[in-house]
Design a protein around this ligand. Sequence first.
Ligand code: HPA
Length: 276
Amino acid sequence: MRRTLTPDPNATAELIRRRCPLVPTVGLVLGSGFARLAETVTPVAEFAFRDLPGFPVGSVPGHQPRLLLGHWQQTTVAVLRGRAHYYEGFELSEITFPIRVLAALGISQLLLTNAAGAINRRYRPGDFMVLSDHINGLGANPLRGPVREGQQRFVDLTQVYDPELQHRLLRSAQAVGARVHSGVYLAVSGPSYETPAEIRAFRRWGADAVGMSTVPEAIVARQCGLQVAGLSCLTNAAAGLGGPQQTVSHEEVLAMARAREQVATQLVGTFLTTGP
Ligand code: HPA
């Protein structure tokens, strides 16, 4: 078991600051179907994860995630374009390290986006869901292990997703004409998709959608005192809900995420412009 602290997020933040003094106010994590938002940001500096000490470096060539600092109209933003996942073999502390760095850079609000499977029968593929709460089904917690001085170990998660940000996301979705719901996101480790029996069980738990990310980042963001918002693009009916012929595939998830990318970009853009 590892008991050593991960690299110091303040040290990585300092390294970034030396190359780019921009102080971001809003952090964005762009999951499947949201990556195009990065193209609407006026960049000031960009870093590959592999050049940033402590950032998780994936194994898929050509899919290296990047940190982008810049302006979205009047708002200064820090964008994580792509993320590392638990199913790739990283520790949860590694996956969430970039969130700690964004907090050290000065963000006060964080929007986490993802693709998810719809468990709630009223949801349709292509709809969006604003996270009202989550269920951590990963069987692990990113705060496990040593705590840095000044940080809380026993973090309160009564209100993970900020009510005002939830409201703003819902209004933004309506403004761009997207079908949107407010619901509970369940994180599973993956990478296999779920069985129909699991999905039936998850519905009884109170989950409305299922995915393989977001929850560890939200937990760490709350430890860092950030206001957090979560937004899912519902790419598919969860296993067993799409009729007798249905299977769930990564290709289907990516295809729907891509089909909704333009609306997703407009939605998040509206969210940013209607910010405080
Ligand atoms: N299950 C888990 N993760 C997902 C799904 C799903 O059905 N769709 C997109 N991400």
